[in-house]
Ligand binder design. Sequence first.
Ligand code: GAR
Length: 190
Amino acid sequence: MWNIAIFASGNGSNAENFFNYFKKNNEIKISMVFCDNPQAYVIKRAQNHSIKCVEITRKQLKDQDFMIKQLEQNNINFIVLAGFLSKIPDFLVEKFEKKIVNIHPSLLPKYGGKGMYGHHVHQSVINNNEKFSGITIHFVNNVYDDGEIIFQAKCPVLENDTADSLAERVHKLEYQYFTTEIEKLLNSKA
Ligand code: GAR
C-alpha cells in the first residue's frame, strides 16, 4: 500500500488531479498535503476533497524531528512534489531515497535550478528561442532539479507564445502524464 504525501506551494491543479485520479484506488492513496504557503489555493482544494493539509513554515520543513514525526504518524512512504518551491532537506532525501518525485515544467537539464519555477521557466524558454519545451518527472536528490529522470514529454514553442500560452500547453502535458506515470512507477515498485 502506498500512502502519498503531496508537497505543494501554489494553485495545486496537479495536486487536485492526484486527489481525483487515485480516489478509488485501493493500493495508492493520497493521504495528505504539505503546503509551505498560507495563501496557496491548494489548501482549499485539499479541504474540498477532505484531504488533510498541514501548513508548514520553511523552518518546520528543515526540522527533522517535526517532519519525520508528521510523515510517520501518517504512514507516508512516498512523496510527490507538485509545484513545491522550497528545497527538500537532505534528511528527507536520505530517508526517502528514490521515493520523492518532482515535476518540472521544462525539458531538464535545461531551465532547471534554483529560482526556475513556473513563469520564470517559460519566459526563459521563450527568450532563448527554443523550438520545444515540455515536462520532466524526476527523482529528487540534494540538488535542485538534478535527480534521475523518470519521464519526459515535449511540446512545441510557437512563434507568438507568451509565458502564459506556453504554460498552458505545458500544463496539459502535466495533466496527461503526471498521475499515470506515478501510478506506473509505484506499480513497478510494488
Ligand atoms: C507546475 O507547472 C509545475 O511543473 C511547476 O509549478 C506548477 C504548479 O502548478 N513546478 C515547478 O516549477 C518546480 N520547479 P499547480 O500548482 O497548478 O500544480
